[in-house]
Design a protein around this ligand. Structure first.
Ligand SMILES: [Fe+2]
Length: 476
């Protein structure tokens, strides 16, 4: 992007591409902005701050390292800086890597012979691939990739930004900062560098964010107390899917080119897995849609007014969050809660819609909606994990519920959660045989039945998120 060196006829030529006033291309200290010049042996070419010397290999000379020299004083005037700052187009990039997907691992293999061994980084590569085959939830996958990469490259924070497959819009999907105080509100990535990496289609290292003229206007990096940033391109052989963004703080050494190579290799190796997880997630979304339609059919038969199913699912997910359930358990809740009463499809209308109290026989028939629902789900492989909710949402903490008279921890936690949220929403909904109860009173009812009817732990957690629940009660 800055300049190119090309073999032309029998000679080598240097051509400046950037027309950059602050960091120009120089040959032997002469600025060649926008021009092309022939390169001779022993010429010193300077791109920005980086100097290179042309060596005639036929002459048998050994390459020698050059010391970096500061930017010429003439180019440090405030006027030039000002022009760059206001144009906002220049971003200092220390190094960049291969653009293709399949070259990344090859580069690491070749380069590692010449570079200090980085066992943690190699280990992260292996682990990242291991995760591909063991983690099916996108969120969980992204978090584990970040955890490994942050540890391997000693970053203070990592973020994964993914592009929408249709609109291409970049959005933050995961962020992890194990070393930072979680109470500090901070931007987690530089939008400017992420967009640049994605648009250019290459991984970039920005060594010193604060000296970077292009970022003077883009404040997100500075607000996040970032000092050096790696933006590694997540790409598959088919397309660019996003950016793996890593940063180090003011107290740390800046990232090196070595770090960039490893981050780039990790990004290339995890991208296919991320894409697959995205596809699986899309399928899941469609599956959830189908399940919701099924659930609405039940809701209509049950004559609930309003969005009973939607609310109970939202309450259950909020309670699952509060109780720190795993992503898998949350998924069971998300799919299983709308289906908890699916067995009512098999209950006689006359009983289901009976306005008054049910007789003993009618109630016994009504109770079978739990076992009928479980039997229905048993035939659908993807719905088997949701059976505990369907079968056990009427069990009671003291063992007096149905159908299996389970008690305490024998009752699956996901079923104990739905038992609380379903009861709460039933109490606070208008039914054809009675008006809705006020939220205050319904909360008191739950407390009164904690330890007999309901799991006291679930009721306690539900009281803790009371404000959130009351917000969710308002119609969507
Ligand atoms: Fe039920």
């Amino acid at each position: 992007m800055h300049a190119e060196i090309r073999h032309h006829g029998a000679r080598w030529v240097v051509r400046d591409l950037a027309h950059n006033i602050l960091y120009p291309t120089l040959i032997n200290d002469r600025v060649i902005n926008g021009k092309e010049e022939t390169l001779a042996a022993d010429d010193v070419v300077q791109f920005g701050k980086l100097q290179m010397r042309a060596i005639d290999m036929k002459a048998g000379e050994q390459p020698a390292l050059l010391n970096r020299t500061p930017v010429p004083a003439a180019l440090q005037d405030d006027d030039a800086k000002q022009r760059i700052a206001t144009s906002g187009v220049h971003v200092t990039v220390k190094a960049r890597t291969q653009q293709s997907w399949d070259k990344a691992l090859e580069v690491v293999t070749l380069e590692s012979a010449n570079r200090p061994q980085q066992e943690p980084a190699m280990l992260a590569l292996v682990r990242a691939n291991h995760h591909m085959t063991h983690i099916s939830h996108l969120e969980e996958l992204l978090q584990s990739i970040l955890a490994d990469t942050i540890a391997a490259l000693n970053a203070q924070r990592g973020s994964i930004i993914l592009a929408d497959p249709i609109t291409g819009e970049l959005s933050l999907r995961a962020t992890l900062a194990p070393k930072l105080n979680p109470a500090t509100p901070m931007k987690s990535f530089s939008r400017t560098l992420a967009a640049r990496c994605f648009e250019r289609g290459e991984s970039l290292l920005s060594e010193d964010v604060n000296a970077d003229a292009g970022l003077l206007l883009a404040r997100s990096g500075r607000h996040g107390a970032m000092n050096s940033i790696i933006t590694a391109l997540l790409r598959t052989p088919r397309r660019r899917i996003g950016i793996l963004h890593l940063d180090r703080g003011m107290m740390d050494d800046p990232f090196s080119e070595n770090d960039l190579y490893y981050a780039d290799a990790i990004a290339a190796s995890v991208a296919v897995g991320i894409e697959t997880a995205q596809l699986v997630e899309q399928q899941r979304d469609q599956f959830i849609q189908t399940v919701s339609t099924l659930a609405r059919a039940v809701e209509m038969r049950d004559q609930y007014t309003g969005d009973h199913t939607r609310r109970v699912t939202e309450f259950s997910l909020a309670l699952a969050d509060e109780l720190k359930l795993t992503p898998n358990e949350k998924y069971q809740i998300q799919i299983g809660t709308p289906l908890h009463d699916i067995g009512k499809i098999g209950i006689d209308d006359a009983i289901l819609r009976k306005p008054g109290k049910l007789t003993h026989g009618e109630f016994e028939h009504m109770k079978t909606h739990t076992t009928k629902g479980a039997t229905m789900l048993d035939t659908m492989m993807h719905l088997v994990p949701m059976i505990p909710i369907v079968r056990h949402h009427h069990e009671r903490w003291d063992g007096t519920g149905y159908p299996d008279r389970l008690s305490h921890e024998q009752i699956p936690l996901i079923a104990r959660i739905v038992s609380v949220t379903d009861a709460f929403d039933a109490m606070t909904s208008d039914r054809h045989y009675r008006p809705a109860m006020a939220a205050d009173q319904a909360f008191l009812e739950l407390i009164g039945k904690a330890g007999t009817h309901f799991d006291p732990g679930c009721v306690f957690a539900f009281m803790k998120i009371r404000q959130k629940i009351e917000t969710m009660m308002k119609p969507a």
